[in-house]
Design a protein around this ligand. Structure first.
Ligand code: KG4
Ligand code: ZN
Length: 336
């Protein structure tokens, strides 16, 4: 069964074709990042308007690269319908509905977070249950994953998302937007023990995260270095910030692994590309970590098609009046 997956929840316009929920036949990701860079963040109206302009061309490219035609080669369509920017979601969702209606295909709306959790499954055999850690510019979510479509949220950020904190600190380094990957690269050359950025105290919220204070502390340290010319090096600040940001993820993860007795962890989202995070997990024998390859960490249509395949196989279908949802409230903790 070949599934066409459509992802427009934020600023990536992506369409993919995946066979049997595993084999990626094509995965076109058209990034809008340069169009949002002048504003140092994603501008929702620009994002949705660009999706309107791009979606049909990106779909044609994905079909062409897969060597399949919509009419005879595609068995079903999967599309992200939540969570995300409402205007962006509506473009992909409406387009998918039109395509499915016109070509008489089954289709299914897919949860973006569940799809991130599926990304590592595209390349690995991973048993359930496992823990899941979704870390991106918009989300920092720790969950217990029972199956493809069953998850309970253990914790989430109470303020900034992890990637957002990386991007905001990177902005003060004038690294452009989004600067998380450049800050990660700079940190590789620094001494992560040079500054001791304290971890937040969240009382009984054992699995939650907070990045706002850490972000401000790193920015203040950087400004102090620039104006007062202290001994500090900006590279060491980057390394110390990165260590504190990632150690926060690791400490919650280890706590959850201890409490649940589950040490298998699936990572997803842009920050799971972080080099220090991957190293720490690889070197920690108490965790069995699964990371998607770098192009599957970011938003992409392949993870939507992959998860959609399993849902369609189970006989699930979405109604034509399925609406987009910016946030998800069915879980104990709505995504921040
Ligand atoms: O999943 P994603 O492509 O989009 C969403 O935010 O939904 O994630 C992008 C985020 C950005 O905040 C970016 O700076 C961050 O992931 N990121 C990184 C790295 N690569 C991407 N943060 C830290 N280290 C990296 N290597
Ligand atoms: Zn995402």
């Amino acid at each position: 069964m070949n599934i066409l997956g459509i992802e427009t929840s934020c600023d990536e316009c992506s369409v993919a074709v995946v066979a049997e929920g595993k084999t990626i036949l094509s995965n076109i990701v058209a990034s809008q990042v340069e169009r949002h860079a002048p504003w140092n963040g994603v501008v929702p109206e620009i994002a949705s308007r660009l999706h309107v302009e791009w979606i049909d061309e990106v779909t044609s490219q994905a079909l062409k690269a897969s060597g399949l035609s919509l009419e005879t080669g595609i068995n079903g369509i999967a599309v992200t319908y939540r969570p995300g920017l409402i205007g962006s979601l509506l473009v992909g969702l409406s387009y998918a509905k039109g395509l499915a209606w016109a070509a008489d295909k089954s289709w299914i709306g897919v949860d973006h977070i569940m799809a991130h959790l599926y990304a590592a499954h595209l390349e690995n055999e991973i048993a359930y249950p496992h823990l899941g850690l979704i870390v991106s510019g918009g989300h920092t979510i720790l969950c217990r994953v029972e199956s493809l479509d069953e998850v309970s949220i253990l914790g989430a950020t109470i303020d900034d998302a992890c990637g957002e904190a990386f991007d905001k600190v990177a902005k003060h380094y004038e690294m452009g937007y989004p600067g998380g990957v450049k800050l990660d690269a700079l940190a590789e050359n620094g001494d992560s023990g040079a500054f001791n950025f304290p971890q937040p105290r969240l009382g009984t919220r054992r699995y939650d995260f907070s990045y706002s204070g850490l972000k401000t502390a790193a920015i203040n340290q950087l400004e102090k270095f620039r104006t007062k010319r202290t001994e500090a090096s900006s590279t060491n600040i980057a390394a110390s910030f990165r260590k504190a940001a990632i150690d926060m993820l690791i400490s919650r993860l280890k706590l959850a692994a201890k409490d649940t007795g589950i040490n298998r962890v699936v990572f997803g989202g842009g920050v799971s590309a972080n080099r220090y995070l991957r190293r720490v997990v690889d070197e920690d024998s108490s965790l069995e970590g699964y990371f998607p390859s770098l192009d599957l960490c970011v938003d992409n249509g392949a993870m939507i098609a992959g998860l959609g395949y399993h849902l369609l196989l189970k006989g699930k279908r979405s109604p034509l009046n399925l609406n987009a949802q910016a946030r998800v409230s069915k879980f104990k903790c709505p995504y921040p």
